[in-house]
Design a protein around this ligand. Structure first.
Ligand SMILES: *Cc1c(COP(=O)(O)O)cnc(C)c1O
Length: 454
């Protein structure tokens, strides 16, 4: 039976790829820029989404409730009163290096520095910590603990487990252990040694797998499900993770207002976020759409060898298709993005909201890493550097589509979307979402800086 299903799937997939020139390029491992033909006006889809602004506000309120505890557990969060948030910084020198004469013609470029987030040093500090706190609050209420008290000895009877390529494990592991839980992180083969060392030094149990992220998640889920005292953080399906990420949008709105940056029909906000399984970029994108509607354009960026969300969206098969199904390896230097199969939940929510995706070859991640350090003195990790492919690919596409002579090489959907943005570029605000880096040790940073791939 299984064999028959696989054959049908292969046939279906082959037909889809044959029909789609862009999927053919994706399958060949070529860099692409894909605009989403299924995007809709936000007002027309808003009410049919499984989550809404109320859920974001509920998550924000929960994070506020926990702020005193967070400050106690992690004194570095005192500067923001126990709220884990990152700076938004303008990077004009990087903008100039990335795109010649960028400033006057194409708007401004900012970096959202989730790479520096407290506690976990990556975007995972948003979703991961939020889900652990929500679970903690539920346990406390169920067991009648006094309001606002979270005794370690109580939580030490419970386990929290997660499967990860590294950063989610850091976030869940550090937070869970700090609250007293037995924290167990199931690490895929992509996980860096220093992350495993860091977790073990923080009292987290790390189990290593030779397989990829999908296997680490499957094993972790099975072990957790077999233990009634254990809770599994399910990166592939979790609505709680998603809501924790979505809160970023409310915070960003405040930061843009503080800087006097206008976002409206003539001043589009264009955001580029590196994507793995989809939870982090999906949650942020959803939040931004709730806040800015059609005035925000969100693009995901994925490695050419592991573009799982792109393949899921472009085929419409979501989590029923993996990058191996179309002949890619799933292997990439971008360890945070080394995911072969996207979240089905996130893919379906993104379908009418996402503007598009770009893919990037691994060698460029190191070029962007060097460029950012040389021009702005900022370090972020390779996965995080994928975001810079966003404005580069978007402006290239806009440029190509402008030349009528090249109209044939410009698919109609690309034409429409990019021309719409293109006319508004001088008033645009671009944000590259930096997703990780602060905890990377100095010797590893130096190694990245000196890595050249061909
Ligand atoms: C996890 C991660 C992402 C992507 O998040 P997903 O939820 O897996 O899509 C991007 N960058 C870094 C550095 C990450 O760790």
């Amino acid at each position: 039976m299984k064999a028959i299903m696989e054959i049908t799937m292969d046939k279906k997939l082959n037909e889809i790829i044959k029909e789609s020139p862009i999927l053919k390029q994706v399958a060949e491992g070529t860099e692409v820029f894909w605009t989403n033909p299924k995007i809709q006006r936000f007002d027309s889809v808003k009410d049919s989404l499984p989550v809404g602004m109320e859920d974001i506000k509920d998550a924000e309120a929960r994070l506020q409730r926990f702020a005193p505890l967070i400050m106690k557990l992690f004194p570095e969060t005192k500067k923001r009163n126990g709220i884990i948030e990152s700076d938004l910084v303008e990077i004009p020198n990087m903008w100039d290096s990335l795109v010649r004469d960028a400033g006057s013609n194409f708007g401004r470029l900012f970096l959202k520095m989730d790479s520096d987030l407290d506690v976990a040093g990556s975007v995972k500090a948003r979703g991961g910590i939020y889900e652990v706190l929500k679970h903690t609050e539920e346990l406390a209420i169920e067991n009648g603990l006094p309001n606002g008290e979270f005794p370690r000895e109580f939580f030490s009877k419970y386990k929290i487990q997660v499967g990860s390529t590294g950063n989610l494990g850091m976030s869940i592991g550090i937070m869970s252990a700090a609250l007293g839980y037995q924290a167990i992180v199931h690490m895929s083969c992509d996980a860096k040694q220093w992350k495993k060392d860091y977790l073990r030094a923080h009292g987290v149990t790390v189990i290593e797998y030779e397989g990829d992220y999908g296997e680490a998640v499957a094993q972790g889920r099975a072990e957790s499900d077999a233990d009634p005292m254990s809770y599994f953080v399910d990166d592939e399906n979790s609505k709680d993770l998603f809501m924790g990420y979505a809160v970023a949008a409310l915070r960003l709105k405040g930061q843009l207002e503080e800087k006097g940056v206008v976002v409206d029909e003539d001043h589009p906000l264009i955001v580029y976020i590196p994507c793995g399984v989809g939870g982090a970029p999906g949650g942020i994108a959803f939040g931004l759409k709730e806040v800015y509607g059609d005035n925000v354009y969100v693009y995901f960026v994925e490695p050419t060898e592991a573009p799982c969300m792109l393949v899921g969206l472009a085929t419409g098969l979501h989590n029923e298709v993996s990058v191996q199904d179309i002949g890619l390896s799933g292997q990439t230097h971008a360890d945070g993005l080394a995911v072969s199969r996207p979240s089905g939940f996130v893919g379906k929510v993104m379908e009418p909201l996402l503007s598009g995706e770009m893919t990037v070859v691994d060698s460029k991640l190191y070029d962007y890493l060097r460029m950012l350090r040389d021009t702005e003195g900022i370090f972020i990790e390779p996965s995080s550097c994928a975001g810079f492919q966003g404005p580069v690919a978007l402006l290239n596409a806009a440029d190509k589509c402008r030349a009528n002579a090249e109209k044939d090489s410009c698919p109609p959907d690309v034409m429409n979307d990019t021309t719409r943005i293109k006319e508004k570029l001088p008033g645009a605000t671009h944000i590259v979402w930096a997703t990780g880096g602060r905890l990377v040790p100095q010797d590893v940073r130096d190694e990245f800086y000196n890595t050249y791939l061909r």
